[in-house]
Design a protein around this ligand. Structure first.
Ligand code: SAM
Length: 239
C-alpha cells in the first residue's frame, strides 16, 4: 500500500512513519509513506500557501493553486488509483471499521490543513471524503494523518509479528479487548486471575470473552447495544 501526504510538515510525517510497527511495515515493503509540501508548488516569490479569507475575519486559508499542483504531483507519482482524504474536524468520525476499509485500498492521499483550513472550492473539486479523528480541533492535520497511517499501516498483512493480535483488539468484533497481564519480577503472579495460570485454554478463552463483554458493558454500553450477542455470550454476561 502507498500513502502520500500533502502537508506543510512532510518531515513530521516521514519521521513518525519511520517508527515502530509502521516503520517495520515500510522496511518489509508492505507500505510506503511519502510527504509532499504545497510550498514547493507555490509560484510567487514568497512561496505563499495561504491568504486572507474572503469576507474578512481572523485566520488565513490555504490557497487552492499550490494545493492542486502538489496533489497532481503526488497523484502522478504512482499509477494506482488513490482515494483523496482531507483530515478535517468536520469529517466523518474515524472508526476501526473505516480503518479496515481504508487498509484494503492500494493507495491513499491524505491532505493536512493548517490555519482555518483549505479553500472550499479545492475541497469540492478534489476531495473524495473528509475524516475526523474526534470532536476537538487540532492546529493542523498532521497528527490526524499520522493516526490514519498508524491504524491503517498496522493492518497490512505481515506488519504485526502475530497475525492474530489485530483481530483480538478492541472494536474488531464490536467489543473492547480483555485485560492483559505479564510476568513481573516484583509482584510475581499476585493479582493475576488464576485462570490465566491454569493452562486450561478453553477456560482462558471463556474468561477473556467474559471480560471483554463485561468491560464493554461497563465502559462502552453504546458499543454493546450495537452487537448481536449469541446464547453463549448472553450466558457469560449474566454469569
Ligand atoms: N476552521 C476549521 C474548523 O473549525 O472546522 C479548523 C481548522 S484547524 C485549526 C486546521 C486543520 O487541522 C484542519 O484543516 C484539519 O486539517 C486539521 N484538524 C483539526 N482538527 C482535526 C480533527 N479533529 N480531525 C482531523 N483533522 C483535524
Amino acid at each position: 500500500m502507498r500513502i502520500d501526504v500533502v502537508t506543510l510538515f512532510p518531515d513530521f510525517i516521514r519521521d513518525s512513519a519511520a517508527l515502530g510497527v509502521v516503520g517495520r511495515a515500510q522496511e518489509r515493503g508492505l507500505l510506503s509513506v511519502h510527504g509532499w509540501n504545497p510550498r514547493d508548488y507555490a509560484t510567487d516569490n514568497y512561496r505563499r500557501v495561504d491568504d486572507r479569507p474572503f469576507g474578512g475575519g481572523p485566520g488565513m486559508v490555504m490557497l487552492a493553486e499550490p494545493l492542486s499542483a502538489c496533489l497532481a504531483a503526488a497523484r502522478a507519482a504512482d499509477p494506482a488509483p488513490a482515494r483523496v482524504i482531507y483530515l478535517s474536524p468536520q469529517g466523518e468520525r474515524l472508526t476501526q471499521a473505516k480503518v479496515r476499509e481504508l487498509a484494503a485500498r492500494p493507495r491513499l492521499i491524505l491532505l493536512c490543513g493548517r490555519y482555518e483550513g483549505l479553500d472550499e472550492r479545492f475541497i469540492a473539486r478534489e476531495v473524495d471524503e473528509e475524516l475526523s479523528i474526534g470532536d476537538y480541533v487540532l492546529s493542523g492535520g498532521e497528527l490526524a494523518a499520522a493516526v490514519v497511517i498508524d491504524a491503517v499501516g498496522r493492518l497490512q498483512e505481515g506488519a504485526l509479528n502475530h497475525a492474530d493480535s489485530a483481530v483480538q483488539d478492541s472494536f474488531e468484533d464490536g467489543l473492547l479487548d480483555c485485560p492483559h497481564f505479564t510476568r513481573s519480577d516484583l509482584a510475581g503472579t499476585e493479582g493475576v486471575p488464576p485462570v490465566l495460570l491454569s493452562g486450561d485454554h478453553a477456560a482462558i478463552a471463556r474468561w477473556r470473552r467474559q471480560q471483554s463483554l463485561g468491560r464493554t458493558w461497563l465502559r462502552r454500553p453504546d458499543l454493546l447495544a450495537r452487537v448481536t450477542l449469541g446464547k453463549a455470550d448472553r450466558a457469560l454476561l449474566e454469569a
